[in-house]
Structure formats: structure tokens, C-alpha cells
Design a protein around this ligand. Structure first.
Ligand code: FRU
Length: 489
């Protein structure tokens, strides 16, 4: 259909047909990056789950590969991970040379157990070993293993969700086949209904040092509705994760980044993640027919001290600069209160807009106007049919918002329109990096401390960009605007 083509991202991975949700088995194997994913190849609905597969040399352009793991009589192939068993610690590689190992959940309505499969063709396909499952606690809500190698203790560590108990279980192993339970974490932060897709990773602190971060996806039960990913910053001793404090962070202030998974074996030890750009509340009703589901851009993760001194997750699109084409000329230095400037948008291309803006001092002793005291800077991607996507900053309260409610291509009760986040209080300056690509929007504000990810379905192409100052004037300190090179078919 027309929607299938109109909403197809050009720099984000989406399957050619069928239904996609969580990223799985994210790993760099020494040569290429693998992206496996939860996939029903037969229908645009979550159904008979296989592992779809794509590979990349830069994490941006992806080449489709054949299905790597299939549904079998033992169940669907639910979410899991891949590790590089380079030393053949598993003794499963007859050549003794080692290779890629997948650990994942086989799921039937009655049972969820952890399976191990090995690849002898560089990750093109995985074969279940004979003595599966490798982990079975007699539960039907035990899933999504993520395994890392913990260098200080010289062992493999698995985090896996006891979903309905709202707990993450920790296991250790020296051979990837025999697993010893070491601790449980949670419930903590949000209850929701299910804890899913845990991830444990050491993330560098900007300026030096590092901390362990535990990511837990929660569905449903997000503050914004449906699916969300929470994270905890703390320490990990090989057996137990101890959070620094009782605070939870959310990776996103909008609602379309779920089931975040971290890359294994990243060159240079970078902390990089990809999330599913969707939400279980409406993912099976989206306006495309032949395909549904896409992934976020790969994101480089760091920890940064916020203004109060707490460590928070910062995210930035990784390597996106390489896709920049000639800048779109748009000079817009100073806007008086009520003034705006606009520029037409090139069609059919992903766009990157980076802005840093200072809103003028508001005069507190002036009588309030009809609209109260405001000083807002508003970024609108719109068209002549009154469809507007708005990203705005309210300088009076230091908050940023996204409004997709004036787009007309998809309406559904849970597909809510507005999301907001608190930036720095008492700060009239804000910075934002916006990536717009067909049905996807990613907003990185405050140097990546506040990230908003949202699906978008304008009924008609967005054809102009307008910047507007309302209530107070504004100075645009820096502005860059690029088309991004199409890297997906
Ligand atoms: C998360 C999830 C996982 C499960 C998979 C099934 O979105 O529900 O818990 O393994 O999707 O596709």
C-alpha cells in the first residue's frame, strides 16, 4: 500500500515484510555487526516468533539475512542474546576455535526455558544443542537472557527476567551450559505487569571512571503508558547488582523505545544500544500493512553527572555524522517575540536538525498578558494541510515537549500525542538534536540526558520547517540542518 512505502524509514532498520519487535543477539563478531530480532515472517502481527537477521559494517546500513532461528515444536524463539565464545569455554565447537553462541528463550504458553544454540557459519544460522534447555525453573514467565563475560571474576554472567514476579535473576557459568543462581534484583522502580529484557553493562562516566547499569524493560505500566525501559546505576561484583541509590531513570520521555539491548564485543569497548522503536499498546495496529516495526538508531551511551551531582544516562546517535549530506541552508540568528522563520523541507529523506537556543529574559514585573507569562521556542515540522509535528521549549519552566497529536495518519486511544521532560531549571538555554526519518522521530535534548523517541504518521508529507518565538524573543546560538544519506532499501 501507499502507507507501506510512505512510512518506510531510510536510515533505520525495518523488515521488508512481517512483524518485528525486540532487538536480539546484538554483537560485533570481529568483522560485522549482527542485528537479530523478534520476527513473525508470515504476518504483520506478533505471532510465530523467529529470529530475523541483518548485518552491517557501520551499524547504520543493514543487509537482510536469512532467518537465523526458527519456531520449533519446542516453542517460539523469544528474545535472547549472542556471545562470542572465542576460547571455546563451552567445548561446543569441535574445531576448538570457538564461535558465536546464542542464549534465548523457547516459549510455549505453558513454559519458558533458556536454550543454547551455536553457529558454525559466522552467525548466519544457529543450531540448538541436544541437551536443551540449559536453564529451566518450571516457570511460564521466565525469559530474555542476556549474557556478558565478567572479566574480574572470569565467568559468564546471565541476567534473565522472572517477568511476572517483577524480578531479574542473576546466574553465573564458566561454560555457558551450567548456570548457578547468584542473586535476584527487584521489584524495584516501576512494578508494571512484566519485567522483560534485562541488560547489564559497564558504562563509562564522562570525565573518567565507570559504573554498572542495569536496564529493565517494563510492560505494560509505563508512566507514559504501555512499554518503557527503566535503568539503575550501581555496582556489580559478579554475583549481585547494588544500585547507588533508590532512584530509577527512564531511557525515554516519550513512549516508543522498548526492549533496549546492549551490543556485545564492541570495538573500543563502546557502550552502544539499540531499542525497538515501538510500544506494545499499538504496534499491531500501525497503518502499514506488509511490514510493521523498526529499530532506533544505534546509540552511544555514557554516564554524566547532572546539575545535582547524580549519575544519569546520556545517549547520542552513534556515527550519524557519516550520513550527513550537504547542509540545508537556513540562517536564523534572532527572533523577536511573535516572529518566525521557515524553510521548505526536501521530501523523502531523513533529516537532522541541531539547535542551541537562548530565550530572552522574561520581565517578571510586567503585567501578565491574556496568555499568562510565557517564553517559548517552538520547532514545527508541518504541511499545508494543518498537520504539525511540534518540538517546543518552555523557558519559564525549563521543560521540553513533543507534540505529534496534530498528525492525521493514525489514531488509536493509546497513541497519545504529547510528551514532555524537565531540562535544567532556571535555564533559558536549551540544546536539541532532532532526527526525523519517515515514521520515526528521535529527540536528543540537554546533551542527550533527555531522549524522546516517537512513531509518527503524518497523513501527508511534512513539507516545511518553522522556528517560532512566542512570548519572548530568542537567539539561535547554533543551528545545523542536514539531509541524511539513505542507507536502507
Ligand atoms: C518484549 C517481549 C519479550 C519476549 C518477546 C516476544 O517485547 O515480550 O519479553 O521475549 O517480546 O516476542
Amino acid at each position: 500500500t501507499q502507507a507501506d512505502a510512505l512510512y518506510r524509514p531510510t536510515i533505520h532498520y525495518s523488515p521488508e515484510r512481517g512483524f518485528m519487535n525486540d532487538p536480539n543477539g546484538l554483537i560485533h563478531d570481529g568483522t560485522v555487526y549482527h542485528l537479530y530480532y523478534q520476527y513473525d515472517p508470515f504476518a504483520p502481527y506478533a505471532g510465530r516468533v523467529h529470529w530475523g537477521h541483518a548485518t552491517s559494517t557501520d551499524l547504520l546500513g543493514w543487509e537482510d539475512q536469512p532467518i537465523a532461528l526458527s519456531e520449533t515444536p519446542e516453542g517460539e524463539a523469544f528474545t535472547g542474546c549472542a556471545v562470542l565464545d572465542a576460547q571455546n569455554t563451552s567445548s561446543l565447537f569441535p574445531s576448538g576455535k570457538g564461535g558465536l553462541v546464542a542464549l534465548y528463550t523457547r516459549a510455549t504458553p505453558k513454559k519458558q526455558t533458556q536454550f543454547l544454540a551455536i553457529s558454525d557459519d559466522q552467525g548466519k544460522s544457529f543450531k540448538d544443542i541436544a541437551h536443551n534447555p540449559v536453564l529451566d525453573i518450571g516457570s511460564n514467565s521466565f525469559r530474555d537472557p542476556k549474557v556478558i563475560f565478567h572479566k574480574p571474576t572470569g565467568q559468564w554472567v546471565m541476567v534473565v527476567a522472572k517477568a511476572r514476579l517483577h524480578q531479574i535473576a542473576f546466574y553465573a557459568s564458566t561454560d555457558l551450559q551450567h548456570w548457578t543462581h547468584t542473586s535476584d534484583f527487584g521489584p524495584s522502580g516501576l512494578f508494571g505487569v512484566d519485567y522483560e529484557c534485562p541488560n547489564l553493562i559497564e558504562i563509562p562516566i564522562e570525565g573518567g571512571g565507570s559504573r554498572w547499569v542495569l536496564f529493565i524493560s517494563v510492560n505494560p505500566g509505563a508512566p507514559t503508558g504501555g512499554s518503557t525501559t527503566q535503568y539503575f546505576v550501581g555496582t556489580f561484583d559478579g554475583s549481585r547488582f547494588t544500585p547507588d541509590d533508590t532512584v530509577i531513570g527512564l531511557t525515554d520521555f516519550a513512549k516508543d523505545a522498548y526492549a533496549l539491548q546492549c551490543y556485545e564485543n564492541m570495538p573500543g569497548n563502546e557502550a552502544v544500544s539499540i531499542a525497538w522503536l515501538g510500544n506494545w499498546q499499538y504496534c499491531q495496529e500501525l497503518p502499514t500493512q506488509s511490514w510493521r516495526g523498526c529499530m532506533t538508531l544505534p546509540r552511544l551511551m555514557t554516564l554524566r553527572h547532572d546539575s545535582a551531582g547524580w549519575l544519569r544516562l546520556a545517549q547520542a546517535p552513534r556515527g550519524l555524522e557519516a550520513l550527513r549530506e550537504a547542509p540545508i541552508p537556513f540562517a536564523c540568528p534572532k527572533l523577536a517575540a511573535g516572529a518566525s522563520a521557515s524553510v521548505p523541507l526536501p521530501l523523502g529523506t531523513a533529516l537532522e536538525l541541531t539547535l542551541s537556543v537562548t530565550v530572552d529574559q522574561m520581565t517578571p514585573d510586567l503585567p501578565l498578558g491574556d496568555k499568562g507569562r510565557t517564553g517559548r521556542f517552538v520547532i514545527v515540522f508541518g504541511n499545508d494541510l494543518s498537520e504539525n509535528l511540534t518540538i517546543g521549549f518552555d523557558a519559564f519552566s525549563g521543560q521540553l515537549w513533543i507534540d505529534r497529536g496534530d498528525l492525521n495518519g493514525f489514531k488509536q486511544p493509546f497513541f497519545t500525542g504529547q510528551f514532555s521532560t524537565a531540562l535544567n531549571p532556571d535555564d533559558r538555554n536549551f540544546d536539541v538534536r532532532i532526527v526525523l526519518d519517515a515514521c520515526t522521530l528521535e529527540v536528543f535534548a540537554n546533551g542527550g540526558l533527555s531522549v524522546g523517541t516517537a512513531l509518527l504518521f503524518p497523513a501527508n508529507p511534512l513539507s516545511f520547517l518553522k522556528l517560532e518565538a512566542t512570548g519572548a524573543g530568542a537567539t539561535i546560538e547554533t543551528l545545523s540542518f542536514y539531509r541524511l544519506k539513505k542507507v536502507m532499501p
